[in-house]
Write a protein that binds this ligand. Structure first.
Ligand code: GDP
Length: 590
């Protein structure tokens, strides 16, 4: 006999790139037998769907399944996409015990696929990859809801070859992402290898195999994680805060441990002090009347983990999606401390200066912050919520142009904020892929840097040195006109020239090359130069090397900001000029 009584249902979440089939897969799983009342039927929770072991047995055509596995079924979190981040975050690890990463077999990995894998790696969450949309392979011969092996047998050799090839491409991409994998029926050790299950969310083919693999993973990896106290105080995570007609603000939560009762005192994490309130009603979906919104829910007196439930209670307006929630039986203060501690785990370290980031849930905010930390990009402020006018006003006060930025992940820019931002220097980045946000920001910084370097570089007096050629003195003075060779850097009109001891002797008034006036002369060129100030033979002599007198401020910028963009001859020239200046004053341009 199985001993499933002390293990709760594992929570499963679907992650993957947009349009790869998350919704279709969840709908398919849900659609199998939604008719309530039927034995072994799927149960609809708030925000989640429970597939009991008996039904999985039926689907897999293995009536003995319930004896093989000790978990009572699978609880799928209904909303894919951004909620995956919420559903992933809890207890310093994952709320979702298992994850399905979905990949369109015809498209392969996309940014969100990679992002999902990174997050799973961090949380060490066991997962399975499904290669979806196999029915799109040209010539596919579908059998509705068939297990993979059965439908595979029905395909032509050509279709089989294409499928194998595509699965191997996914295996290759997983390898690049740091995971060993294989088609799930060739995996002998799921602890070492990720299983790739080819499916069609549309036809249901391969879904029995997927359910089996999930059961197997739950059994292998999670036995210890799934033990729970069915009579203990309820513990869960808020999926969503929702306004409901006649009820006001309600929260949809996934309870992953214990029991929650009507009338229980609950403690919920928030951005400030935890919220203490009392459960007014516990609500479950009402299948029978789907038409009138007032009848959408039915009340229950208690729920036991793992389950999804809607809670109606006072003071829920400011609850953040992703927050921990605990029932407090007895010592409420201790529970408040526990909730605080859980939130501390998620604390995002902020600096005095840096980016302002916003995200839709605590979990997604944390995911974004982690990625930024990896890139060593500092965060000034991290908050859950849409980008508001207040955010724009705050960020306007930031002086550093690279941080006059708001990064929004899965959030909206509120209309008044949008308007305000248009008339400010603030740059907004909003996207639902973290990688894209970070790449866009980095690219923008690079562009901005290059642009400002160009403007600085145009304004700055560059280093240059030249030698007065013997026998090329065309005029002694007022101005002195001499033939010169540029030995390093660049010389331009209207800049001062200095001798090797640092004394300034005059200003270049004109440069001629082959009888034409030119504004500048580069290294290697021989040109005629008119210098206002000195007299040849007195202050300056033939064969003497003269330097462009780079102003101190410019020298500083050259040495500290533009150094990497200078050519070797420019660096040599700058360094010998700095040496000249620093002989008299060691702190010159420092
Ligand atoms: P999501 O953005 O990941 O939730 O993707 P959806 O589930 O909305 O799917 C995107 C599109 O792909 C929809 O038009 C689906 O009908 C289609 N689709 C999803 N799964 C399959 C599949 O297995 N086969 C085929 N042919 N189309 C699919």
């Amino acid at each position: 006999m199985n001993e499933k009584s002390n293990l709760r249902t594992p929570i499963v979440s679907v992650m993957g790139h947009v349009d790869h089939g998350k919704t279709t897969l969840l709908d398919k799983i849900r659609g199998t037998t939604i008719t309530s009342g039927e034995a072994g039927a799927i149960t609809q929770h708030i925000g989640a769907t429970e597939v009991p072991i008996d039904l999985i047995s039926k689907k897999c055509g293995d009536s003995n399944l319930a004896n093989k596995f000790i978990v009572p079924g699978l609880l799928f979190i209904d909303t894919p996409g951004h909620h995956a981040f919420t559903s992933l975050r809890s207890r310093g690890g994952a709320l979702a015990d298992l994850v399905i990463v979905i990949v369109d077999i015809n498209e392969g990995f996309m940014p969100q696929t990679k992002e999902s894998l990174e997050i799973l790696k961090r949380f060490k969450t066991p997962f399975v990859v499904v290669a979806n949309k196999m029915d799109r392979i040209h010539g596919w011969n579908p059998t509705q809801d068939a297990p993979f092996s059965a439908t595979y047998q029905n395909q032509s050799q050509r279709v089989k070859d294409i499928l194998d090839q595509k699965v191997y491409e996914i295996v290759g991409e997983l390898y690049e992402a740091g995971f060993n994998s294989n088609r799930y029926d060739r995996v002998t050790d799921f602890q070492r290898n990720i299983g790739v299950v080819p499916i069609s969310a549309s036809t249901g083919e391969g879904i029995p195999d997927l359910l089996m693999v999930l059961m197997g993973l739950a059994q292998k990896f999670l036995e210890s994680d799934l033990s729970y106290d069915a009579d203990g105080p309820g513990v869960g995570t808020v999926l969503e805060v929702k306004e409901e007609k006649g009820l006001g603000a309600t929260i949809d939560l996934i309870l992953y441990d214990g029991k929650l009762r009507k009338g229980d005192t609950i403690v919920i994490g928030s951005s400030g002090e935890p919220i203490k309130t009392k459960v007014r009603a516990l609500l479950k979906p009402n299948y029978l009347s789907e038409i009138r919104t007032e009848d959408k829910f039915r009340q229950v007196n208690e729920v036991t983990a793992a389950t999804g439930v809607k809670v109606s209670a006072p003071d829920l307006e400011n609850v953040l999606a992703g927050s921990p929630i605990r029932a407090a039986t007895g010592d409420v203060d201790r529970v408040v401390d526990e909730v605080k501690k859980e939130l501390e785990d998620i604390k995002i370290s902020t600096e005095n200066t840096g980016l302002t980031i916003k995200a839709d849930t605590i979990g997604s905010l944390e995911a974004l912050a982690n990625e930024l930390a990896e890139e060593e990009i500092p965060i000034r402020k991290a908050e859950v919520g849409d980008i508001s006018q207040r955010d724009i006003i705050e960020v306007s006060a930031i002086e550093d142009q690279y941080y006059s930025v708001i990064i929004g992940f899965n959030v909206k820019v509120l209309p008044d904020a949008k308007e305000k931002a248009q008339f400010s220097d603030i740059k907004l980045f909003v996207n639902d892929v973290i990688y894209k946000l970070i790449d866009d920001y980095k690219e923008w910084v690079e562009e901005k840097k290059a642009l400002s370097q160009n403007t600085i570089s145009e304004m700055i007096v560059k280093p240059g040195r030249f030698t007065i050629l013997p026998d090329y003195v065309f005029r002694q003075s007022k101005p002195a006109v001499v033939g010169v060779k540029v030995n390093g850097g660049i010389i331009k009109t209207n800049v001062n020239v200095a001798k090797k001891d640092g004394t300034v002797v005059g200003k270049i008034k004109g440069i001629q090359s082959e009888g034409e006036n030119v504004g500048e002369a580069k290294v290697g060129m021989e040109v005629a130069v008119a210098i206002e100030g000195p007299v040849v033979g007195r202050q300056i002599k033939e064969n003497e090397m003269l330097y462009i007198d780079v102003p101190e401020k410019h020298a500083k910028i050259l040495e500290h900001e533009l150094y990497d963009s200078l050519k070797d001859h420019e660096i040599e020239t700058l360094e010998s000029f700095l040496e000249i200046k620093r002989k008299n004053n060691p702190f010159w341009a420092k």
